[in-house]
Design a protein around this ligand. Structure first.
Ligand SMILES: [Zn+2]
Length: 357
């Protein structure tokens, strides 16, 4: 028998193709629609995010505006507080500069041959004291700088003085060393023997002898008439007649301190020849010595503020170690070699020293 194969008719085939095509189209449409919906959703999401971001920006701007406003509002108060702090700082700096300078002024008392830098500093301190309390910060800063500058000038002057003293001490040490070397002693003996050396070292004063004075009984305190209550005797020496060496009490106390340092440096006490000189002795000296002696009633010895060491050139003369020490170190104790008594001065006297406090 013939197997009958049932073949689909063309109609069926076409229908199937159409159905498949329609299904494919539907699927394509469905997929396309889904994609569109997804894109739309994405876009909505992005918009929402942008809105959120914009809101955040708005918030940040508002906060920044608030901050600026707050700063502007507080700036006036801030300025006022700053100015007060500035003034307080300037005053504090001036206060410590003044305190420091006062210390320098006190510590340097009596150390300078020329007191001009200390006088200038004292004047600056007066100005700072009178103007400082009411001055503006800028003026206070200028006052501080002026005080500090004047103080530094005093420090520099003290350093100069110390350098000079050190140089003088060194020169004195060298001179003392040279004088004791065998060569120097041999030179002295070959140039005329012991008598020549003795002559060179002897005093050149050939006039009548004068002695230091005791306090004046009932003295009125004027030159040459000082009572015992104004004077003190030094502890380590008396003159050849046994009279103590009197000086005004503050000058005597300072000389005690000077002598201790002198003894430590040179190995012996400071020798004295004359200290206080009463009026009658001044009259006698003027009569004997003429214009070399002071007009009676004007001698610095009459105030108890002067001393003479022995007129022995080798012991206390111009080139002696003792004089070098006294000139360098005496001022620290208030005792000076006055300008008029120095070499080149109006009346050179290497033996004469005065107390200047
Ligand atoms: Zn004298």
């Amino acid at each position: 028998m013939r197997v009958s194969v049932i073949r689909p008719s063309w109609e069926v085939v076409i229908r199937r193709v159409v159905v498949a095509a329609v299904a494919a189209l539907a699927l394509a449409l469905a997929v396309g629609g889904g994609a569109q919906a997804w894109v739309a959703a994405e876009r909505r999401g992005a918009l929402a995010q942008r809105e959120v971001a914009e809101l955040r920006v708005d918030d940040a701007l508002a906060a920044a505006r608030d901050d600026l406003g707050a700063r502007a509002a507080s700036s006036a108060a801030w300025d006022a507080a700053g100015a007060a702090a500035l003034q307080a700082d300037a005053r504090a700096a001036l206060g410590s500069a003044v305190a420091r300078a006062r210390g320098t002024l006190e510590a340097s008392a009596g150390t300078l041959g020329d007191d001009a830098p200390r006088t200038a500093l004292a004047a600056q301190l007066d100005v700072a004291q009178s103007e400082g309390p009411t001055a503006s910060p800028a003026v206070i800063r200028r006052l501080t700088a002026a005080v500090t500058g004047a103080e530094q000038a005093v420090h520099a002057a003290v350093a100069d003085e110390e350098a000079r003293a050190a140089a003088a001490q060194e020169a004195a040490r060298e001179a003392a060393q040279a004088a004791t070397t065998p060569a120097a002693r041999a030179g002295a003996s070959t140039s005329g023997g012991a008598s020549a050396a003795t002559d060179r070292c002897a005093t050149t004063y050939g006039g009548p002898a004068f002695y230091t004075s005791a306090p004046t009984d009932g003295g009125d305190g004027s030159n040459g008439r000082l009572p015992g209550s104004a004077l003190s005797a030094v502890s380590w020496a008396r003159d050849s007649r046994g009279t103590p060496f009197y000086l005004r009490s503050d000058a005597a106390a300072a000389l005690e301190r000077l002598n201790a340092a002198f003894r430590a440096a040179l190995g012996h006490d400071l020798a004295l020849d004359l200290t206080y000189r009463d009026y009658d002795t001044q009259v006698a000296m003027r009569a004997a010595l003429g214009s070399v002696a002071a007009v009676p009633g004007t001698s610095s010895h009459g105030t108890g503020l002067a001393l003479d060491v022995p007129e022995l050139p080798c012991d206390y003369g111009w080139d002696s170690a003792a004089r070098a020490w006294l000139v360098a170190n005496g001022p620290a104790y208030g005792w000076v070699s006055p300008a008029w008594a120095r070499q080149g001065g109006s009346n050179p006297e290497y033996w004469h020293y005065e107390y200047r406090g």
